[in-house]
Ligand binder design. Structure first.
Ligand code: IPE
Ligand code: IPE
Ligand code: MG
Length: 253
């Protein structure tokens, strides 16, 4: 990146940029396979692309970017692939923190963090601490994350309050559940992007995605670049978000 374009904002004419965006970083294995490379090379290319996505989202004005990095189901992969992913994760945050800092990106983590290896937990603690005063955008890394695990966790926290007599079962509301998710201050994503053509959430942000717009791209994650992101924001601008009500055009007539 040259110095001159450091503070450049992207032209958002004809696009709508979500405040909160979710991205399911899928397709690394297929990307590697197409090139006769090991899956680990795909994960590496995927990590490089995350850096690009952060930069592009920051400049477009996204405020919260939540990326799905490792699911509670991904432990079922071969042990060496899981190990490589954990190593890559540690390497990524050590290597790229200066660039994230330059872009003003605060890093936070969402998921069952306590169950991660010690080395990864340390990287998470350091990454959160050193970036906590950055203001431009928050990068939320969903790591050992599962939407059902998150809801289970919230239910347990609330059940404990009932058990101790702090609240009655009748006091439980949707808002209370939202407030007991991993990062309650992060707004629900208006848009969720899934590369690699798969039409499913795979346990990503189940509670938070109730009214998210979904956008699926055939590009594999390591190839998902600025152009695809722009296409997603252009398409999102044309969506009629009704939230169960009537479209704004119908309301006017
Ligand atoms: C996403 O890419 C990375 C993780 C799930 C950690 P995949 O590894 O799922 O790539 P495909 O789906 O096999 O192509
Ligand atoms: C979703 O991708 C999880 C991440 C990208 C971290 P998967 O590759 O695990 O999802 P499935 O198995 O295709 O549903
Ligand atoms: Mg996959």
């Amino acid at each position: 990146m040259s110095r001159s374009d450091k503070n450049k904002s992207y032209d958002t004419n004809g696009l709508k940029v979500p405040v909160s965006l979710g991205v399911i970083m899928d397709g690394n294995g297929r990307w590697a396979k197409k090139r006769f490379l090991p899956r680990s090379a795909g994960h590496r290319a995927g990590a490089e692309n995350l850096k690009e996505l952060c930069r592009n989202c920051g400049r477009y004005g996204v405020k919260y970017l939540t990326v799905y990095a490792f699911s509670t189901e991904n432990w079922s992969r071969p042990e060496d692939e899981v190990h490589q992913l954990m190593e890559l994760f540690v390497e990524f945050f050590n290597k790229y923190d200066p660039e994230l800092e330059e872009e003003g990106i605060r890093v936070r983590f969402s998921g069952d963090i306590d169950a991660l290896p010690e080395k990864v937990r340390q990287t998470i603690a350091i990454g959160e601490e050193r970036s906590k005063n950055r203001q431009k955008m928050q990068l939320i890394v969903a790591m050992n994350y599962g939407g059902r695990r998150e809801i289970e966790n919230a239910a347990r926290k609330i059940a404990l309050k009932v058990k101790s007599g702090q609240i009655e079962p009748e006091d439980i509301t949707e808002k209370m559940l939202s407030d007991n998710m991993y990062l309650p201050d992060v707004p629900d994503p208006e848009l969720i992007i899934r590369p690699s053509g798969e039409m499913r959430l795979s346990n990503f942000l189940l509670w938070e995605s109730a009214y998210s717009e979904l956008w699926v791209s055939d590009a594999l994650w390591p190839d998902f670049g600025y152009e695809e992101l722009t296409n997603a924001f252009r398409d999102y601008a044309r969506r009629d978000r009704r939230f169960g009500g009537l479209s704004s055009k119908e309301e006017e007539s």
